[in-house]
Design a protein around this ligand. Structure first.
Ligand SMILES: Cc1ncc(COP(=O)(O)O)c(C=O)c1O
Length: 368
């Protein structure tokens, strides 16, 4: 008898666990007739601000708009350079372009996060900000990044889309910069049933500008202070996120247990897994292994019904959309090599111990 497939993600299983509690919440919002704004949003913002230990959380329709609005609010625009890694999801870079600034890439460390020494080498008189990405649920090495920012008078914007609840020296993601930008996309650890995101900030003006930008630039019902957008979080999504926020610790714990089990089972002679640092709390948005035989391993796992993913196979500087930046293969060798070696194994909270043992066993067997 062939074994059941193991999908890379399993959001349907998440819903099956939550259905009984979630349906009455959804019904409550639909029945209330209040679909935009209101108490639910404000209460959620207060909880998100508490989670990130910041003064303000601004609920938005996406992590992408969180990045755009943060940069707009900090006055980043044409003529400015923003330093960011080339191995992220495209939104880290596209948002810099959308505010009219220029993305400047800095290569990454073995753990896939931006390399502070490469940032230092990329700083020019036009640099206005550094945008580290806390990829995979691990926070970038923020101490040297914040030192550089202080020395050069730069803003820091965290792309914290993949790291809700992660900490670095006991400070949570979002609390380590001028603005922390989070995604609540369905694939994230804290997920909406659609798109969502928020900004975490201690900066009153960033919060005020973002609040107005999300709602046509209005500051009250009749005053438009700047031309803005429609980027509010839907009340329905806020209610779903509020419920799931109550489960986040449990979800994170399950992801960390899954990751710990992989670490104990996978043979380090065959796959590289960046070690956890003492100073961090990794929330394992993804569990990434690195091997020269990545493509063959991925096929081997697929043949056994095991779903995997690659985050991300084409570095941003080599995407057609980035042609105008004038990069070529070889410009960011660590990122490029990782793009050929990285493989994301399923780590979602619906996995059982037996499934992880099966996946790890299949990986180990591939190499013998
Ligand atoms: C690193 C990173 N940055 C930005 C984003 C954009 O977030 P969203 O999809 O909510 O716009 C995502 C996720 O999609 C991401 O993973």
């Amino acid at each position: 008898m062939s074994e059941q497939p193991i999908p890379y993600v399993n959001i349907a299983a998440q819903y099956a666990e939550e259905r009984e509690q979630l349906l009455p919440i959804i019904e409550g919002v639909l029945a209330s007739g209040g679909y935009v704004g209101g108490d639910i949003i404000e209460k959620l913002e207060a909880k998100l601000a508490a989670l990130c230990q910041v003064k303000h959380a601004v609920a938005l329709n996406s992590g992408t708009d969180a990045l755009i609005f943060s940069m707009r609010a900090l006055g980043i625009g044409p003529g400015d350079e923003v330093i960011t890694p080339p191995n992220s999801f495209v939104a880290s870079t596209s948002t810099i372009v959308h505010v009219g600034a220029t993305p400047v890439f800095a290569d990454v460390l073995p753990d896939q996060n931006i390399d502070p020494e490469r940032i230092a080498a990329a700083i020019t008189p036009r640099t206005k900000a550094i945008m580290p990405v806390h990829l995979t649920g691990r926070i970038a090495d923020m101490d040297p990044i914040l030192d550089l920012a202080r020395q050069h008078g730069l803003f820091v914007i965290e792309d914290a889309a993949q790291s809700i609840g992660s900490t670095y020296r006991e400070r949570p993601a979002g609390n380590l910069s001028d603005a922390g930008c989070f995604s609540l996309h369905p694939l994230k650890n804290l997920n909406a049933a659609g798109d969502g995101g928020f900004i975490a900030t201690n900066n009153d003006s960033v919060a005020a500008v973002a609040r107005s930008l999300r709602n046509h630039g209005m500051v009250d019902r009749n005053t438009v202070e700047r031309f803005g957008f429609v980027s509010r979080m839907d009340t329905l999504q806020a209610a779903i996120i509020d419920y799931r926020l109550g489960r986040l610790d449990e979800i994170t714990q399950r992801r960390r247990e899954n990751a710990a089990l992989y670490r104990s089972l996978l043979d380090p002679r065959h796959v590289f897994i960046p070690p956890d640092r003492q100073i961090e709390f990794n929330t394992y948005h993804t569990f990434v292994i690195q091997t020269d035989r990545r493509d063959a391993l991925q096929r081997h796992l697929a043949d056994q019904g095991i779903g995997t993913a690659i985050h991300y196979p084409i570095p941003i500087h080599l995407q057609p959309a980035a042609a105008a930046l004038g990069h070529k293969r070889g410009d960011f060798p660590v990122t490029e090599r990782q793009a050929e070696r990285i493989l994301t194994l399923p780590v979602n909270p619906s996995l059982t111990v037996a499934q992880i043992e099966r996946i790890a066993g299949a990986v180990n067997r591939f190499f013998v």
